[in-house]
Design a protein around this ligand. Structure first.
Ligand SMILES: O=C(O)[C@H](O)[C@@H](O)[C@H](O)[C@H](O)COP(=O)(O)O
Length: 223
């Protein structure tokens, strides 16, 4: 794992957006298409704001979510809603978005079809993830009902997930899909998350799921 700390959040968001854009551009120089995978939550909005205005062949980029809350896009907790409002605007509006949600009451009915749509776009070229103070990333929560399945080397691409700290049911890309990204960045802010990251170093992924993606990742931190 590589760790980069920044003097302030604004600078981090700009630098990181710039880095993601360069990596996407490099992937597009090598291949016809590139896959960008992003998280939801409260942290990445400012990165999306910068990235959405970057000059890039966005029409060759597919955007995926690392995970989704099982709510329709009209819901304020929908990660797809965040991505549509903050990332898929401006120049990035030309990208293709693959949602991680379908209009079924429970995620179990939809995960296979979602995985089928995503699989042709793997491996992820550029991955951005967040992390919770409980050391979850994507929707790989400690104590979640299907965490062991999602951490397994042979895990399916998309796994439904229910956890005490998660609110509504979720779906998540599995650990091998996330860990298989060509380039991975984790963005965190504040002392609590930095301490959690340090604590995770002595824990197995079952207790600290962020461990499952850290080996080849760069963690970006600002106070
Ligand atoms: O849908 C989600 O909630 C995410 O994808 C999740 O994994 C998020 O990245 C962390 O919970 C951090 O969330 P914050 O950025 O809001 O702290």
């Amino acid at each position: 794992m590589k760790f980069v700390d920044y003097p302030d959040t604004e600078l981090m968001m700009f630098d990181l957006a710039d880095m993601l854009a360069s990596e996407l551009a490099a992937a597009l120089r090598q291949n016809d298409a590139a896959c960008l995978c992003v998280p939801g939550g409260t942290t990445p909005g400012p990165i999306f704001d910068v990235l959405s205005g970057v000059k890039l062949d966005w029409d060759r980029v597919t955007v995926l979510l690392s995970d989704e809350r099982w709510v329709p896009e009209s819901h304020e907790r929908s990660n797809a809603r965040l991505v549509r409002q903050r990332l898929l605007t401006g120049r990035a509006a030309a990208a293709t978005f693959l949602p991680l949600y379908a209009d079924t009451p429970e995620p179990e009915a939809a995960v296979e079809a979602l995985a089928e749509a995503i699989t042709p776009h793997l491996p992820i070229d550029v991955l951005l993830l967040g992390m919770g103070a409980d050391m979850h990333t994507a929707s790989l929560f400690p104590g979640a009902d299907r965490l062991a399945e999602a951490l397994d080397d042979d895990a399916p691409v998309v796994v439904p997930m229910r956890a005490p700290g998660a609110g509504e049911p979720r779906v998540t890309l599995s650990a091998p899909v996330l860990a298989g990204a060509m380039s991975a960045h984790v963005v965190i802010t504040g002392a609590e998350k930095r301490e959690a990251l340090e604590r995770s170093e002595d824990l197995p992924p079952e207790e600290a799921p962020i461990r499952a993606v850290l080996a080849n990742a760069t963690v970006h931190w600002a106070p």
